[in-house]
Design a protein around this ligand. Structure first.
Ligand code: HSE
Length: 368
């Protein structure tokens, strides 16, 4: 049996939405209780408001290369531009620690692993054994879709996936979320309920971006009229599964706050009994909640928000094509969609480091 050692874990961009959820999860699971925590942000802040289950907590600036370089593990929730600039600088200066990233910049880089351990735990463990140091969380919708369909992917019966998303405003970032909440507040002070049609007309005309709106543009246009967000599904799923995984998508921003929903159409290799499909879906992983048609209130963001549940419901055979299945799924985009895969991978890294220490007399050579 090995003894747990203390490592230095830095969390960059901890004051943003993903960073806050990440800290909540580490606290709830006592994930960093033996570790020294370094909280990096772009501004100097008052440290007194934070309580974390950790050995020690220090506050640093996210441009402090020396403080960053002292960490064994860095988790970045600071965005792609930061990663693009800072990681090469750190590596050039000889930093050999583990970099865990929520941003998209390195997702398709051949030297990084996309981490979603309910699906690719074996690949993560083998990457750690091979001294790989850079791990990246998938895009939120990719993670949520792959978890929802895990039971059917495991059976290898899916030929093609078509998904239409209903993505929460939090996915667009905290500035957009604040704009939206401000718009709600402004609109609610000016509502004439005696003339509801006039009020609707007025609100929809006044609508600037998010309030009372549906926006079928998430991220910028890319190839063949698809947006970058839509193309992420197949590219990232193929990398995680290690084999071609065709997924077509239309991504839409709606007025939900934390949960991303998806309406999915699956083309299967042949006609399978619907009961088998439901059974396989429900056994995909421990977070799947199959929702019966007689409990419609459970298939909505309200019961799923701020939980790790992956709700799957409205499961039905297509009326015209028996090998085609429709379903609807909902997951929290800040948890399984962003923070949770990183929290769990950090835990795997710490276990790996402790095991390595247990089998060596010297300090493990994979840190600093
Ligand atoms: N790309 C996602 C969105 C954010 O725009 O909703 C992922 O958390």
């Amino acid at each position: 049996m090995y003894k747990n050692s203390s490592f230095k874990v830095g969390i960059i961009g901890w004051r943003g939405m993903v960073g806050q959820v990440l800290l909540e999860r580490f606290n709830a699971t006592n994930g960093l209780i033996n570790q020294a925590i370094f909280l990096f942000s772009s501004q100097t802040i008052d440290a007194t408001s934070i309580s974390l289950n950790a050995k020690t907590v220090s506050f640093e600036r996210s441009d402090d290369i020396i403080a960053l370089g002292q960490c064994d593990i860095l988790i970045s929730c600071q965005g792609s531009a930061y990663t693009q600039h800072m990681l090469p600088v750190l590596r050039q200066q000889g930093w050999h620690g583990y970099w865990l990233d929520a941003a998209s910049h390195l997702r398709l880089d051949s030297k990084t692993l996309l981490v979603l351990d309910p699906i690719n735990q074996v690949s993560i463990e083998s990457a750690l054994m091979n001294n790989q140091k850079t791990f990246v969380g998938p895009n939120c919708c990719t993670s949520l879709l792959l978890l929802a369909l895990q039971g059917l992917y495991d059976k290898d019966i899916i030929q093609h996936v078509d998904t239409h998303t209903y993505q929460a405003i939090s996915g667009a970032g905290s500035t957009q979320l604040k704009n939206y909440l401000t718009q709600i507040h402004a609109a609610s002070t000016d509502i004439n309920l005696d003339n509801i049609i006039q009020t609707c007309n007025q609100l929809e005309k006044n609508n600037h971006s998010l309030l009372n709106n549906v926006i079928p543009w998430v991220d910028v246009l890319s190839d063949h009229g698809a947006t970058k967000e839509e193309l992420k599904f197949a590219k990232e799923a193929t990398k995680i599964h290690g084999k071609e995984t065709p997924i077509s998508a239309t991504c839409v921003r709606v007025n939900a706050l934390r949960c991303h929903s998806q309406s999915i159409t699956l083309t299967l290799n042949k006609n399978h009994p619907l009961d088998d499909i439901k059974h396989w879906l429900s056994h995909g992983n421990t977070w799947i909640k199959l929702i019966d048609d007689d409990a419609p209130e459970l298939l909505s963001p309200k019961p799923i928000s701020n939980t790790l549940d992956i709700a799957v419901g409205r499961i039905r055979q297509d009326s015209y094509r028996p090998n085609v299945i429709h379903l609807f799924t909902i997951g929290d985009q800040l948890l399984w969609g962003a923070a949770e895969p990183l929290v769990r991978t950090c835990q795997m890294i710490l276990t790996h480091l402790n095991q390595a220490l247990g089998t060596k007399t010297d300090q493990v050579d994979c840190v600093k």
